[in-house]
Design a protein around this ligand. Structure first.
Ligand SMILES: Nc1ncnc2c1ncn2[C@@H]1O[C@H](COP(=O)(O)OP(=O)(O)OP(=O)(O)O)[C@@H](O)[C@H]1O
Ligand SMILES: [Mg+2]
Length: 140
């Protein structure tokens, strides 16, 4: 997926996530960028659901990392908000997950610094004009 999408409600965000999920392959790193409440976790919930993951993705307030086994690969949702630097990110298993071919969905990826591979996909979220509207932009 490519380009810019305006979504009007949560259901449209989940539908967009489903289309994105169809493109994923083992080893993909997806950086989710955007403000608090812009929809990064909601989008990840949609991806997990589309892949048939059994466990719901909670907003990981207490969990930095949530693993979602799927039939195609291990989907790993990370929220790095409370981490500070690359050493912190390494300590939660970043390299292990990548070496196992997991797909990483990463909120607040700036904490991971140079650990983010150049091949990572970037998805940028922002608030739209109404309360439930969001803008989602996919890097090429
Ligand atoms: N179109 C929409 N897409 C996504 N979320 C929406 C939309 N409209 C309303 N919302 C609401 O906005 C909130 C988005 O929260 P979410 O946890 O997904 O954001 P986040 O970007 O992960 O924030 P944080 O940086 O705090 O983790 C949810 O409460 C959701 O119900
Ligand atoms: Mg979140």
């Amino acid at each position: 997926m490519n380009g810019r999408y305006e979504v009007g409600d949560v259901g449209q965000t989940l539908a967009l996530a489903k289309a994105f999920a169809a493109e994923l392959k083992p080893g993909d790193v997806v950086c989710l960028e955007g403000d608090l409440g812009s929809g990064k976790t909601t989008f990840t919930q949609g991806v997990a659901a589309a892949l048939g993951a059994k466990r719901p993705v909670t907003s990981p307030t207490f969990c930095l990392v949530v693993e979602h086994p799927t039939e195609r690969f291990l989907l790993v949702h990370m929220d790095l908000y409370r981490l500070h630097d690359e050493d912190d990110v390494l300590s939660i298993g970043w390299e292990d997950y990548l070496s196992r071919g997991a797909v990483l969905f990463v909120e607040w990826p700036d904490r991971a610094g140079d650990l983010v591979p150049a091949s990572a996909r970037h998805v940028r979220f922002s608030h739209g004009e109404s309360e439930d509207s969001r803008v989602v932009e996919f890097s090429p």
